[in-house]
Each structure stands twice: as C-alpha cells, then as structure tokens.
Design a protein around this ligand. Structure first.
Ligand code: BGC
Length: 766
C-alpha cells in the first residue's frame, strides 16, 4: 500500500514528483473518453521509468498462443491491447539541451487530475543541469464532445535567456511492454508532414486495423501568435515540426497541440486522412479554451446523474469519485461494439476488452446512472456474439446450439489461453444469463427477452445441460473439472457457485420460454424455429437437472462448500498469515496457492450476492463468517461484493474497511499492481458497494427498496439512481434518510420496510 496521493474532494493530486511511483501515477492520472485513452506519460522527453500507453478503442493484435504442450481447443491467439501512436509528444530543448525530468533538479512538481472538469494538469519548476530555470504548466484532455480527439496546452515560463526549441511530433514507432516477443505491431501506411500539422497512418499486423493520427499546433509568445517556420522531420512512422524560439527571462511561450485518432473501425480506410483533417480543422477552429469549456459542461452532465457525495470523509469521497470518473472515461455506451476492459485505457495488461466483469460488476452501475440504452448495449454486445459462442462451444465438443461465451474477448472469439481459465472458468456463462435477468428485473424491458435475450439464454442453457453429467454414485447431476470465480483453485469438481448459477440459468430460461409463449406466440414460434429447440425433450432434461443438481454442503457448519473436498484443506484465517507473504500471488508458488485454503475473491459469496433472495439470513451469515476470513481479496473484484454482504449482515466496520479497499484500491495501490493500469471493472463494484451496500438498494417487484446505513466516519452521503424513466436522489444522514423524486414517472419505494409511491417533486424523509 502506498499513500502519496493528496486527499481532495474533486481532484487527484500528486504533490512532489514521486519518480519511484511514476508508473503508478501514470495509471492513476490517465485520461480517456471511451474512444481513446492516454496514460499520464509526459509530453517532454523522460528517461526515467515509464510505461508508455496511448490506446484506441477496439484496436488489438492477435498474439499467437504459444505453449509447449498444445491442447486441442486452445484459442489461436491472445488479444493484445495495443499501444498506439504517441500523440502527446513535444520535445523541449533549452539552449540545445533536452528537458528531461529525470535529469533536472526539480524544484516544484504538482500533478492534478481534475475529475469535475475532466482534464489533467502538471505544473513544475526545474533547473536544467546547465543552470537554466523554467516553469511549465501542461494541461491536456481527451475530449468527450469530439471523442476522436485530444488537446494539450503546454505553457513554458522562462527564467533564462537563450533559445527554446519545441518539437511537437507524432510517433507510431511504439512497442508494447507486455509483448512476449519484442515485436512491433504497427506498419506505416502513409505519412505527411507540413507547416504546423502532420498525419501518420499505420496498420496493425494481422488484424489490419488502420489508425490515422493527426496533429495541428500553434504557438504564441507573450500572448502573440508566432508565425511558424518549422524544420520538418520525417522518417518511418514518425513526423515532427521543430521551431526555435529566442527567449528572454520572464517570456512565456505557449504551445497548443491538437490531435485526433481515427480508426478504420469507424471510417473507410481510404477516407481516414481526409476525415482526420476535418476533425482537426474543426477542433483547432474551436480552440483549446472553448474545447476545455465544452469538456467541463460534458463532465458536469455526467456528474449530474452519477455523482456520489460523501460528507465528512475526504478519502472516501475522493475514492468514489475517482472510480466513477474512470468508468465514464472508459465506456460511454455510444458504440455497442465496445466494452469495458479490466484496465480500460490505463494499461495494456489483460489483453481483450470483455470479461464476465461487465455482466457481474459493471452492469448495475450503468443501469442506475445512464440512459437505459447504455445497459442494453452491453447486453446486445453478447447477443451479437452468440454465433461465435456456439462455435466456441463446438470447438470444445459441445453441439446442437450450446453456447460457451469466451472468458476474454475482443470480437466474440475466445482470446485467453490458459487452459484452467479458457476451458474451466465456465461460470462466466452464468453471469451473462444473470445479467439478462438483472436487466429485465431493473428495467421491465420485457421486449428485450423476445428480441434478443431468450436466444442467448437457450444457448447457455444448452451448454449447462451438456456440461453437467449424471453421477450414479451421487444420484445427482454434477459439473466436473471447473475453475470457480476463486482462481486460486483449478480443476475442481462441483464448485457450488458454478452448479448454482447453472441451475438458475436453466430455471430462468424455462420461465422466459413460458412467458414468451403466453404473451408473444408468434415470436415464440420464430425463436423455436431459429434455435431448433426440441421443445419437450430439451426442457424435460433441463427440469431434471434443476431438480437433481448436486450441491456440496457442510451441514454441521451450515455452509455451502466451495467445491467437493474443500474442508480437507488446512483451514486457517488470513489474519494469521504473515504480512510479508501477501499478496500471495506475488510471494507464494502457484502450487502452494492451489493447495491452500485462501480464496482470491468471492466465490460461494458471489452466489449469495447474485441470488440473495433464495437464502435466509442465517445462511448468509454462516457462509460470510466462514469464507470472508479465508479471503485474501487479491482480485480487485473481491472487496465490493463483500461490502454488500457485510452491510446486509450488519457488519458495518467490515463493510467500511472493505469499502476503502475497493474505493482506494488504485489510489493507494493496495494490491501492488496499479503500475500496470487501474482496475476499471472493479470500480463499478465500488459504486455497488455504496449504493447496494451502504444504501441497501435493491429492485424487487418493480419497486426500489432502500435499507440504508451510514458509516460512523461519514456525516452524510447521497447518490442518484435512474429507474424506469425517473430520477431519484437519496440522501442519508446520521439518523435520517431523505428521498427526493427529481423527475419522471411515479415510483414505488420501500424504505426501511415502509412502502410509498413518490411523484415528481415529492420528498420523503424518514
Ligand atoms: C479475476 C477475474 C477477472 C479478471 C479481470 C482476475 O484477476 O480473478 O475474475 O475476470 O481478473 O478483471
């Protein structure tokens, strides 16, 4: 854990340059707009430790799966999130010597991520090794309004006389650090450099995505525009303009750099450069200040509906806002082909963009804070990949329309190549089915089921029906050889969570089939024909599995067993583990981890979280009391689910402790891995922790249920939820809850067990 970020309500602040944590800061201070993203690398040269990262949504490279012992069914490739053109670069020379923070004396340094207005700013004063002193203020953002572009204002106040040389450039000659084979992934397609502008187009090897990055810039000195007479440099995958400016002490030179990243995912390849020019002309004409103003308004709009206010605890406030901010930077819901990568645009680790994280953790955030179509887009994404999921299952020997969705994907194909995950972590199918249920339960959009949802459910149900087998020994259906959400166990039999989620999916599919048959007979017939569902036979099998699924339990302790034989392990709580051993994944051999009782993330408890109403409070309590003390929370996805459960059980201190861990996971680098990028998908879990955990928000019987508690460290907190066309504002103070119906249709609310119906403008205080 590292605590060098200054606490502030709306800003993330690094006072002083922590070069030893530079990679962590580069992740934390990342900016993005759903289409492109940028780590907080410096504009000027930096020879210190750094992970360069400029990312363009949807662009990846299929790195060949290479393993010694090839196993049939392995995916051909592992998707790499590609580092793309460096569009932020500005080389700065002071009297011919490069400005490089690793080589100067830093007298002052401050880095601020302004989450309210959506920009990153760096201020520093340095003395060059040759004695010159200069002060720099660099401000940049990825525009939410013009979402293929970014802008930089790089302002230098000189405390020296001589010559300042500025070289804004574009560089496609970049590498991926997470590249196993030191390969480069981009080939130049074309380049053009002119006075004050330049364009570079490159194509990815194999996937042939084309990206055109363009720049335009302007410079002024002491408020007057400088007529540019740059030296043009070009070489393969690189273009630059170099301008030499004579300066005297107290001169101020400001460079405005505008950049655009256009990809062939959104533009015809032969139109990329032309369209890139248009985007650049448009934004340059607007100018930096107008763009920044628009940016602040666009962010104000995002915050209006999704902000969470926490009073009396700045660390907690900063944490939740940081999480919400990064989520908005990663996914806007504008494009149904995109999804939410675990690192978003903040790092290259975890190739691929879509994991079960989206359905299990992210969907609730978008359901409550954005227009309904955003959550729907996330579901339609999987609908569009159904055929690929069927092919994926076929590769593993399944048939007749059984669908196994990939554990990791960019385009519907599996692209993760560890067998224990690809072949065994089949519970992801359960989360996709659960998300359909969750979406319908929240929105009441039943049409979605007949248009899209049912086909997906049938594919997944068929998979479960084929993946389970009847055990004569147990006289029940079993699911063998799986990895549950707890990835610190592989190839186990009867992971309780997997068996339960399979059963629930089969039940829900049958329910939906019956309902569509009753309410929309024509559509029902069309779906039966399309999926070739053998009505009686298949459904009979599903019913039999539901009735006879095997679930490992320990009657004495009143708990579900994570898997067969779990109690054979030496059971010792995490509290007895020496600190030095943690995180286990960085200190223990994999073999030792697999044999231990330690749990990476919610597993049985994930099932209790999803299917809460199936179980009584004692069952919740027994399982929480048994499993949480064994859990090391080494997946970022872990603490949030535990917050929701702990809050429900009245374990308020635990809930608060785990809340801080999820909310400040990256800000305080809890898991010692923020340098690789931020944990974007778990950030939605942080939102869940406040709204579902502390707020106790649930949707049951078409009504909002609230059961709030407030941590003693807070004086108040407030959040908004969108629900079926209306917006509710919930404020919780010590001893008081206020619900305001801000706009929209009447909503049924159950607050601490009391029922009410609220109309627009109503205020209800309890
Ligand atoms: C977790 C998975 C998760 C993945 C991506 C892993 O560490 O164990 O559940 O899907 O990270 O976030």
């Amino acid at each position: 854990m590292k605590q060098y970020i200054t606490h502030h309500d709306w800003q993330i602040i690094e006072d002083d340059f922590h070069d030893e944590h530079n990679r962590i800061s580069e992740s934390i201070f990342s900016i993005g707009n759903g289409r492109m993203g940028q780590r907080a690398n410096f504009e000027e040269q930096f020879s210190g430790d750094s992970l360069k990262g400029s990312y363009v949504a949807g662009v990846y490279y299929p790195d060949k799966t290479r393993v010694g012992w090839w196993k049939n069914g392995y995916p051909e490739y592992f998707a790499k999130v590609l580092n793309s053109c460096n569009w932020i670069g500005i080389d700065v020379l002071v009297n011919g010597k490069a400005l490089d923070l690793a080589k100067c004396e830093i007298r002052h340094f401050k880095r601020v991520l302004d989450m309210q207005k959506g920009f990153l700013q760096r201020n520093f004063t340095v003395q060059m090794p040759t004695g010159e002193v200069l002060h720099v203020e660099a401000t940049r953002f990825c525009s939410l309004v013009d979402d293929e572009s970014g802008a930089i204002r790089y302002s230098i106040s000189c405390d020296f006389s001589g010559e300042l040389t500025l070289s804004p450039y574009l560089d496609f000659d970049v590498v991926n650090e997470d590249s196993n084979y030191d390969e480069k992934f981009w080939e130049e397609v074309q380049r053009a450099v002119g006075n004050g502008e330049g364009y570079l187009t490159a194509a990815t090897r194999k996937t042939d995505f084309h990206v055109c990055t363009g720049m335009q810039f302007a410079i002024n000195k002491n408020g007057s525009t400088i007529q540019l007479d740059p030296t043009l440099t070009e070489r393969e995958k690189y273009i630059a303009n170099t301008i030499k400016i004579p300066v005297q002490a107290s001169d101020q030179v400001v460079l405005y750099k505008y950049a655009a990243n256009l990809s062939s995912e959104n533009h015809a390849k032969d139109k990329l450069v032309e369209n890139c020019k248009q985007v650049l002309h448009r934004i340059t004409e607007k100018g930096f200040d107008a763009m920044l103003k628009e940016q602040a308004s666009a962010w104000a709009e995002r915050w209006r509906d999704s902000d969470i206010i926490i009073e009396g605890d700045v660390a907690a406030q900063q944490g939740i806002r940081f999480n919400i901010f990064q989520l908005h930077q990663t996914y806007t819901g504008e494009d149904e082909r995109l999804n939410i990568g675990p690192k978003g645009f903040t790092g290259e680790k975890y190739g691929g963009s879509t994991y079960w994280d989206t359905e299990a953790y992210c969907l609730p955030f978008y359901l409550s804070t954005a227009d309904e179509r955003v959550a729907k887009n996330l579901l339609v994404y999987r609908y569009k990949h159904l055929q690929k999921a069927i092919e994926n299952a076929e590769k593993l020997g399944f048939h007749s329309g059984a669908a196994l969705y990939p554990m990791v994907t960019m385009n519907g194909e599996e692209c993760h190549n560890e067998w224990e995950i690809t072949f065994e972590e089949i519970h992801r199918n359960g989360a996709i089915a659960y998300a359909i249920y969750n979406y319908i339960n929240y929105t009441g959009d039943y049409k979605y089921l007949s248009e899209y949802g049912l086909e997906v459910l049938i594919g997944i149900a068929r998979f479960w029906a084929q993946r389970a087998n009847y055990s004569n020994a147990k006289k029940a259906y079993v699911i063998l050889g799986v990895t549950g959400p707890n990835e610190y166990e592989n190839n186990v039999n009867n992971n309780w969570y997997t068996n339960y989620t399979a059963k629930k999916c089969l039940e829900y599919t049958l329910l939906v089939l019956d309902s569509i048959k009753e309410h929309s007979a024509e559509r029902y017939t069309a779906i039966i024909e399309k999926t070739r569902l053998i009505e009686f036979e298949e459904q009979e099998l599903w019913r039999d599995i539901i009735a006879n699924m095997y679930f490992p339990v320990d009657e004495e302790r009143g708990i579900f067993l994570q898997q067969d034989g779990f109690l054979d392990k030496e059971i010792e709580p995490v509290s007895l583990l020496p600190e030095i051993d943690q995180p286990l994944c960085q200190n223990w051999s994999w073999d030792r981890i697999l044999r231990s009782c330690y749990i990476k993330q919610a597993d049985v408890l994930q099932g209790l979280y999803f299917y809460e109403d199936d179980f009584d409070e004692t069952t919740h309590r027994n399982n929480f009391d048994f499993y949480e003390p064994l859990t090391v929370h080494e997946s970022s996805l872990s603490p949030c689910v535990h917050v929701v459960l702990a809050a429900k059980l009245g374990y308020y201190d635990k809930a608060y402790e785990l809340y801080l861990r999820t909310a400040r996971l990256d800000l305080d680098d809890y898991n010692n891995d923020t340098e690789d990028g931020c944990h974007i998908t778990s950030m939605a879990g942080t939102w869940m922790a406040v709204v579902q955990g502390f707020g106790g928000m649930r949707v049951r019987d078409d009504q909002i249920h609230l059961n709030p508690f407030i941590p003693k460290q807070w004086s108040a907190y407030a959040f908004k939820i969108r629900f079926r066309g209306s917006v509710l504002n919930i404020r919780v103070e010590q001893g008081k809850v206020k619900v305001i119906h801000e706009s929209g249709l009447p909503v049924g609310i159950v607050l601490n067990g009391q029922k009410n119906e609220l109309f627009e403008g109503d205020e209800w205080v309890l």
